[in-house]
Design a protein around this ligand. Structure first.
Ligand SMILES: Cc1ncc(COP(=O)(O)O)c(C=O)c1O
Length: 390
């Protein structure tokens, strides 16, 4: 296996309908998030120095470390899904639901006590726990074996009953679902499977806020968008959004995964009409991307709108974390965690490594390119971040 493996996206005759992830939909999601007192648009950093060093036209990185004080983009999905769930319980349309309404004593009285449950490598669970806490509701959060104790502490700090299981990520999802069945809890999972599609659909839609902000912030049309994938919901949401807004001039979209959990890369490579899973231990430092089973509702968007699928090793993100955390020249600093920095690290490696000239050519990356990456988390494991970046 090469350090960086790339495969072209499949040819799809009937592309997935992006209505659910369109600009119009994202506007509504953004209004919901804007009703939160802690809402601030996260910055889009224009890394002029790095772009010049790499021989790119422009390189922009959306810095999600500043999202709601939670250090990652994930809360956008969990909060929007819980908002929708409560709207359903109250018989309201989502346009009638605001932060104030959700956290009101009246809403709490009408819904009674609810326990939200989820499985997470950290960020999604923190977002769900945070939202439940804001609503004065309960949450139970399960994490896979080997999860960072610091990420568990952050989840518990939001009042959740959090624990680390002996299972891998995908089995932890099944465990959370089984516990919900036994206890009458509401599953808020950021991945879908047959028969469980509404809540993950809202979560995916919730990420539209991040995509819409980036679209408004970037001045030139991006020629390339690099999106990291765990279960693929985030990548599907952003790809769907940009496919809608740019329709005929859609940027080249590349999906990036760690070697150890590259289920989309494998699925695309096999190209046999089936989803391909990665099972067992997924030893990657990119904890947020250590998911071996694709989200079933994300795949139709990725196969329709992603042009390339790339699998890469951990040191690509290590390099990305350092490039972003200790910028040279006058570039702003972006504190980017293991799952956040992989796309920037990958762009740098593709531009610098002569052995990856074919990858660069396939992607048509060069001095006229305007690349957009999403640093989806900050230093969510501070100890690890310090060790890597210093
Ligand atoms: C920081 C970060 N980036 C990206 C992702 C990937 O999102 P998805 O699982 O929707 O593909 C995750 C997932 O947890 C994450 O925590």
């Amino acid at each position: 296996m090469r350090r960086v493996e790339i495969v072209e996206g499949p040819t799809v005759e009937k592309k997935a309908d992006v209505a659910h992830l369109s600009a119009e939909s994202a506007e509504k999601v953004l209004s919901f998030h804007q009703s939160f007192p802690m809402y601030r648009e996260t910055p889009l950093r224009n890394l002029k120095g790095l772009a010049e060093q790499l021989g790119l036209g422009e390189l922009h990185v959306k810095d999600e470390s500043l999202r709601f004080g939670l250090n990652a983009f994930k809360v956008l999905g969990g909060s929007y899904a819980i908002g929708n769930y409560i709207a359903g319980r109250l018989g309201l349309d989502m346009s009638e639901v605001s932060y104030e309404k959700l956290v009101s004593a009246e809403t709490r009285e009408k819904t009674g006590e609810i326990t939200f449950v989820t499985a997470t490598d950290g960020n999604h669970g923190r977002g769900v726990a945070w939202t439940a806490n804001q609503l004065k509701q309960k949450s139970v959060v399960y994490m896979p074996r080997g999860s960072s104790p610091e990420r568990l502490d952050n989840i518990r700090a939001e009042g959740a009953d959090g624990s680390i299981t002996e299972l891998n990520y995908d089995d932890t999802v099944r465990y959370a679902n089984a516990q919900a069945g036994k206890n009458g809890w509401v599953v808020v999972q950021d991945t879908a499977w047959e028969g469980y599609e509404a809540i993950p659909g809202w979560i995916m839609r919730g990420y539209g806020t991040m995509a819409l902000e980036a679209y408004r912030q970037i001045e030139k049309r991006p020629t390339h968008i690099f999106l990291q994938a765990g279960v693929g919901s985030m990548a599907a949401a952003v790809a769907g959004f940009f496919a809608d807004v740019y329709s005929d001039s859609k940027p080249i979209i590349a999906i990036v995964e760690p070697h150890e959990a590259d289920c989309f890369y494998r699925t695309t490579k096999a190209n046999d009409g089936m989803l391909h899973f990665v099972a067992g231990e997924m030893r990657t430092i990119m904890a947020g991307l250590a998911c071996g089973e694709p989200c079933t509702t994300a795949w139709p968007f990725l196969e329709s709108y992603a042009d390339f699928f790339i699998s890469c090793p951990d040191d690509v993100t290590v390099n990305g974390m350092r490039l972003l955390g200790k910028p040279s020249r006058d570039d702003p600093r972006v504190i980017s965690g293991e799952s956040g920095a992989v796309t920037t690290g990958l762009v740098a490696e593709i531009m610098r490594d002569l052995q990856l000239a074919d990858v660069r050519e396939k992607l048509r990356l060069g001095p006229d390119s305007v690349a957009l990456c999403f640093s989806t988390e900050g230093d969510t494991d501070k100890q690890s971040y310090r060790k890597i970046v210093g």
